[in-house]
Design a protein around this ligand. Structure first.
Ligand code: KG4
Ligand code: ZN
Length: 377
């Protein structure tokens, strides 16, 4: 093959079909303990990630068994410029190629949000670019459109460190909450289970790893809210059941811990599958036909839960999608992509107001536990 067969016309890559420059968006995410910056190019349903740098602060928070807001905010302030430079370097671009700057403006920990949003706004102002504040939950919800080009409308299981809800994603900016947690977030249950069992932080990956050698049937943890109609979720009772089982079995061997983790994970899977089915029914009751069931957020990284939700989707004759692991946890690519979607739909917000609480569906009544002050707080 000659060179001309494999060479890429970079200028053409950077232009859309009509010859106009494609948006090249910097996405900044600092709502919790990941300092993340990405560069995404393109349009809704056909965007490419040019760089996606995630600097985790796990080491800084590990000793405390959870995220310490003040430490997180300081760390974001100390690293945000370096992470941004790294992302531009990885994308092979200078700031002159950037057309928009987006940053998470909520929900999350206020200190970190202020660092990211203020940095993004200043960067945009210095370059004369539009600044787009982004809702972190919307970014998770839209991430399967970035990773898997999922078409609207679709049904979302949003399960992260600070949230657990089912959402009907009907179009850009149009989301209906179908149900949500009445107490803890999904990731919180994993993190607290891990902490109780001495598995460290963050708990999700540790619990999943321990569960691999465990017996999911040894402890009969009931799936929560079995008798309740609708698709609300609950994790607090499960957390207590885990504690009681651990206390009754102590001193715990490694096998006991593995069995508790496997049984806990199994109960979460049964809970999510039962309620996901209900969520799909609630979706149909809106008069909409979902194109897919998707799982997003940090907990969607869990292979057992993905598998369980894929089974529900198949039972309803729907494709299942969940972003690759790098896009399940917090990242800047989903923030940049959300800006691309909103900009294209003509609904990009311009008021740079940072909000620790910012529900996705403003029409839904607030739920206890659903408006937590941010991820993993
Ligand atoms: O989306 P995310 O990175 O941050 C929030 O916006 O909350 O989610 C982090 C949460 C943590 O609670 C973490 O323990 C959980 O996701 N997580 C997992 C797994 N990986 C991360 N939970 C279960 N299984 C996993 N493999
Ligand atoms: Zn998140």
């Amino acid at each position: 093959m000659g060179d001309e067969d494999v060479s890429v016309d970079i200028e053409a890559e950077n232009r859309g079909p009509a010859g106009a420059p494609k948006p090249h968006v910097i996405g900044i995410e600092t709502s919790c303990d990941e300092c993340a910056v990405a560069v995404v190019r393109g349009a809704p349903g056909e965007a490419e990630i040019l760089a996606n740098v995630v600097l985790s602060q796990i080491d800084l928070h590990q000793a405390y068994g959870g995220v310490v807001p003040e430490i997180a905010a300081r760390a974001h302030g100390e690293t945000i410029d370096r992470v941004t430079r790294e992302a531009l370097g990885a994308a092979g671009l200078g700031l002159d190629a950037i057309t928009h700057v987006a940053a998470t403006a909520g929900p999350g920990l206020l200190g970190g949000l202020l660092v990211g949003a203020t940095f993004g706004r200043a960067l945009a102002a210095a370059r004369g670019l539009p600044f787009i504040p982004v809702n972190h939950l919307e970014a998770h919800v839209l991430s399967p459109r970035l990773s898997d080009k999922v078409a609207f409308p679709y049904c979302v299981a949003l399960v992260s460190g600070g949230h657990a809800q089912f959402v009907a994603a009907l179009g850009p900016g149009v989301y209906r909450r179908l149900g949500g947690t009445i107490d803890d977030a999904a990731g919180e249950a994993f993190d607290k289970t891990a902490k109780l069992l001495g598995l460290g932080y963050p708990g999700g990956p540790a619990v999943e790893a321990a569960a691999q050698s465990g017996d999911p049937k040894r402890f009969a943890f009931p799936a929560p809210l079995a008798k309740r109609e609708g698709c609300d979720l609950s994790f607090a009772g499960l957390k207590t059941a885990v504690r009681l089982a651990a206390e009754a079995t102590a001193p715990l061997t490694e096998q006991d811990i593995a069995d508790i983790c496997a049984s806990f994970q199994d109960a979460v899977a049964r809970h999510l599958t039962a309620k996901a089915s209900r969520a799909l029914e609630a979706f149909a009751a809106l008069g909409e036909v979902p194109q897919a069931l998707v799982a997003v957020g940090g907990v969607a990284a869990n292979a057992v839960l993905r598998e369980a939700l894929a089974t529900v989707a198949a039972r309803h004759g729907l494709p299942f999608a969940a972003p690759p692991l790098a896009l399940c946890g917090d990242n800047g690519a989903m923030i940049a992509y959300t800006a691309i979607e909103r900009e294209a739909a003509g609904i990009a917000a311009t008021a740079p107001r940072v909000r620790s609480r910012w529900p996705l569906d403003a029409t839904a009544a607030p739920m206890i536990g659903a408006g937590k002050r941010g991820a993993k707080a």
